[in-house]
Design a protein around this ligand. Sequence first.
Ligand SMILES: Nc1ncnc2c1ncn2[C@@H]1O[C@H](COP(=O)(O)OP(=O)(O)OP(=O)(O)O)[C@@H](O)[C@H]1O
Length: 603
Amino acid sequence: MSAPIPPSLAPAGHSARRSPRPLILLASVIAVLLAPLLLSQFSVTLLGYIGLFSLIAMGLVLLTGVAGSTSFGQAAFMGVGAYTTAVLTTRYGFSPWWTLLIALGVTSVVALILGAVTLRMQGHYLPLATIAWGISLYYLFGNSEALGGFTGLREIPALSVFGYALTDNRAYYYLIWLCVGLAAWGAQNLLSSRTGRAIRALRGGAVVAESFGANTFALRIQTFLLAALLACLAGWLYAHFQRFVNPTPFGLAQGIEFLFMAVVGGAGHIWGAILGAALLTLLRDELQDILPALLGQSGDFVTVVFGLLVILMLQFARQGLWPLIDRLVPKGAPRIASAPEPLPSHPKPQAGEELLRVEQAVKQFGGLRAVSGVSFTLHAGEILGLIGPNGAGKSTMFNLVSGVSPVTSGRVLLRGQDVTRLPSRAIARRGLGRTFQHVRLFPEMTLVENTMMGGYARARAGVVASMLHLERREEDSLQAAALRQLERVGLSEQAWLQAGNLPLGKQRLLEIARALVHDPVLLLLDEPAAGLRFNEKQELSALLRRLRDEGVTILLVEHDMDLVMNLADRLVVMNYGEKLAEGTPEAIQQHPAVREAYLGGVA
Ligand SMILES: Nc1ncnc2c1ncn2[C@@H]1O[C@H](COP(=O)(O)OP(=O)(O)OP(=O)(O)O)[C@@H](O)[C@H]1O
């Protein structure tokens, strides 16, 4: 069945004119193709290095810029690729094309082991771990006699393609830039896909991505693996380009420089990786002659300059240089599919069906009982308000229901199924959608992209299908679902604007649209009226009432008594972690214990 998009959803805020971007891309490809014919041998070699470093910086864009996991150890993965082929070709006579497969395999094993051990680390522990393995692998290369020690391995054979030996730097240049082109295409595809959006969401913390049903640890591992494989490919190409390897280019200093490339170019942008690699490689080439002459002494002053450059970038252009360039070129109008397939939906509950049952839930934080034996039920088509004074345990209860933190004892059942011990992504996949007390959107992404994130669990395409752009139909369906929910919450006019441009009230509506794309059977709203103005609160009330009338079931944690009393069908009142009362808003307003403990003069 096709689901046409209403004409009212035509994209606003985009240029109707043709974007020059395809032409610029074509001109860049032609420039890359012609460069070896016009430039000196030295310049072609330099461009070859830029290509190699671009591959590694692209991996870092995905890993660090997009997924938010900082790595100083990518040079070590380049070393794994280079040394694997160096040893196998020089010592054992393997064909280089076989060694590519073996190197990718070895890198996968190393990356999966390192990733499994280190990627669970939070904060600064992960970068420290990447430094540790960067140093370890460097000394492993240097101290192993089998790997040629610090003097390295020589006479690595040239690659040959269809019997034609690539002994000329120009031929390598084309091979390297073919790899760069394919990697950039795949990475761009990935970033604009369902998986790419979930990887982007990792920066917002695991709780957000898990609330869409994404397995954040698996996403981190996949991104880590991808970055490692790109570095390995660069290392393999490097070994056959140089025909010689030693440990120096795979040390920590080089790992840091790769990170600089990504930061300077624009750590969140694939093209920024190429820009950063080009700028720093060309700058190093120029400065290593100029600086010693200028300063009258020899030494690695280039790294000092790079360090200062990165500090300045972090101070004045934290997103790197690419966004500054990108802003100058207008974007084309987005493509809107005309008749996409609908996405799979959760089976709809019967009116009045018991959706949620919380039985004697207890949450203990050390000596504090934040939730103490609370029970309640929620039926399909209801709005249930969870209220109570500050510190009463509402947010903790919200986290127990959504699986963000496990109960100490008691049970939570969703549609009759025990979900007590399930992680939040599994509960999300059973039909729970949620918003956050402090809005957790992605300000640089459009409203449509933000909303599409919510449909993660309703689509299937993984990393490989996304990189090869085989998920187009699914993407169309996700986009159509996102546009429909944006219209439902009244944001279709702004659909193609960046979410960061919205006032808080609209951002809260956008979070609701994102949760609705998930097709929730139960919607959890955590203080949706917090920080809203009077008009915005009225808009929110009207929307929630409309959603209830359309059959959406809502559990609402809210401080605004006017809003909650007028909206909720029933209320559960918590105080000091316990359930104080339960009933209709009218009954609650008359409840003596509630009046005394909480409502005071409001009732
Ligand atoms: N992770 C935690 N570790 C320790 N104590 C916690 C933790 N989370 C919450 N608490 C404590 O549990 C109690 C209940 O907190 P909770 O945030 O659930 O209350 P609340 O009703 O949502 O309050 P508010 O309306 O201010 O958001 C508080 O005393 C709080 O300090």
